[in-house]
Design a protein around this ligand. Structure first.
Ligand code: FCB
Length: 461
């Protein structure tokens, strides 16, 4: 890959990193935090690689001052974090836990003091267990609980938050958590899971309205999107890819940006007062956040056969599509294909599909896992991670040159962390974490990103 300097972005372009509460905080039973579905899921045998859990994770709950120092050294404009819902509202609703609010107040205050604007996600998959006990996102009431939680947080923390995202990747939470059962809450409901998607989207809309009524602005979403390619030109493969594209991309973006589901067949998978709900779901946003990792190749299903492993999960037989491995591209150590131009492609597709209905875009996550090892000097020279971000930033820049309005890029992730069902083996961080000692070691990619940000900061003057 190229060793030319990464191209320059406009002076106002926002440089960030992203994390989420359950993946870094640890301290699951401290400070009055109530249990979340991920605590319970990790306790189930064989759900997480190596039997690992997020109980300690990167111990950020105790080490946050040093972590903010690292972010200041990096020179970030913005730090995307998520709040642990059950730290603030231990049972998901009802009385506020003052210790939980204090924790985030101290963290946000320190970020602001060092000139880093907090970008806050309210729900990054760690639903309070008490809400799951009542059905979780299959229960419409959960959407209203998210709205109330947004109101509480907006009132208490709003003056320090620069950007808001009520929810993270509803598609992944729906498919992995409710359809396939490989993420918390571990339900395998198949297509019935779309009810949980609808309620997350409704919760998103209610939370947007609650945040606005609490005086907050600059509100968006962090939603996972990527191109879907057909395995061949055969009509069966093209149709299967189109169905999959609707299920994973447009089922989630269209309701928010266009106020409708992308196809009647998909709308029929959900119930509720749809017209009224879609009005709430499509409450206007200030921006739209895309989390991008990898494109998917889809073929027509072979009768009676499931699909083993391509999306790190086995899909049951009977689906109208079959993901197949993407060939011809390098893969990360997690096995994900590295296809930077697909990031440019999805950005252009958004512009074409949504036109004037599309607000400015942020890349709210982009990153890659490499099983970094120290060299003889104890340094992590993660050239592959640098090349990954460099190439993906080039793809963003080229989409911007084609008229897509992209305003910022958040690296996933600041720190190595608990990668959900994959445990601690997968490392996405610019900073290496030794999970035995909790020692932090900035990798070469940290220095690369620091220099890139510094160059842009200098151009701002
Ligand atoms: C995204 C999640 C994030 C992280 C990255 C690798 O799907 O939002 O928490 O796990 O993948």
């Amino acid at each position: 890959m190229s060793r030319q300097p990464t191209p320059l972005f406009p002076p106002s372009f926002v440089w960030g990193t992203a994390t989420s509460a359950y993946q870094i905080e640890g301290a699951v039973a401290e400070g009055g935090r109530g249990p979340s579905i991920w605590d319970e899921f990790c306790d189930r045998p064989a759900m997480i690689a190596g039997g690992e859990t997020g109980r300690v994770a990167a111990d950020h709950y105790h080490r946050w001052p040093a972590d903010v120092d690292l972010m200041a050294r990096l020179g970030l404009d913005s730090y995307r974090l998520s709040l642990s819902w059950s730290r603030i509202l231990p049972t998901g609703s009802g009385p506020v836990n003052p210790e939980g609010v204090d924790f985030y107040e101290r963290l946000l205050d320190r970020l602001c003091a060092v000139g880093i604007s907090p970008a806050v996600t309210l729900f990054h998959w760690d639903l309070p267990s008490a809400l799951q006990d009542q059905g979780g996102w299959m229960n419409r009431d959960t959407a209203y609980r998210l709205g109330e939680y947004a109101q509480v947080v907006g009132e208490r923390l709003g003056d320090r938050v620069g950007m808001w995202m009520p929810i993270n990747e509803p598609v992944v939470h729906t498919l992995y958590g409710y359809a396939l059962g490989v993420h918390a809450p571990g339900l395998a409901l198949g297509f019935e899971a779309f009810q949980a998607a609808h309620h997350q989207l409704l919760g998103h809309g209610l939370a947007v309205q609650a945040l606005r009524s609490a005086g907050c602005d600059n509100i968006g979403i962090a939603s996972n999107h990527a191109p879907v390619h057909a395995a061949s030109d055969s009509p069966a493969d093209v149709l299967a890819a189109d169905v999959y594209d609707h299920v994973v991309n447009w089922m989630f973006a269209d309701p928010i940006l266009l106020g409708k589901y992308p196809a009647e067949e998909l709308a029929q998978l959900v119930s509720g007062p749809l017209d009224a709900d879609l009005k709430i779901i499509s409450t206007p946003l200030d921006w739209y956040g895309i989390n991008y990792y990898e494109p998917t190749v889809i073929a027509a299903p072979v009768e009676g056969q499931g699909t083993a492993g391509v999306l790190e999960v086995d899909l049951p037989p009977g689906l109208p599509f079959a993901p197949v491995p993407m060939t011809g591209y390098p893969t990360t150590d997690f096995g994900w294909p590295v296809v930077p131009e697909a990031l440019g492609e999805i950005l252009r597709t958004f512009k074409t599909r949504f036109g004037a209905a599309l607000p400015p875009i942020y890349i709210t996550e982009s990153g890659s896992s490499w099983h970094d090892l120290p060299d003889e000097f104890g340094e992590f020279v993660d050239r592959a991670r640098i090349d990954y971000h460099d190439a993906h930033l080039r793809a963003v820049r080229s989409a911007m040159d084609d008229g897509v309005d992209v305003r910022g890029y958040f690296v996933w992730s600041l720190l190595d962390n608990f990668e959900w069902a994959a445990g601690y083996k997968e490392r996405f961080g610019l900073v290496h974490v030794d999970f035995q000692t909790q020692e932090r070691t900035p990798k070469a990619s940290f220095e690369w990103y620091r220099a890139l940000i510094a160059k842009h900061r200098a151009a701002r003057v």
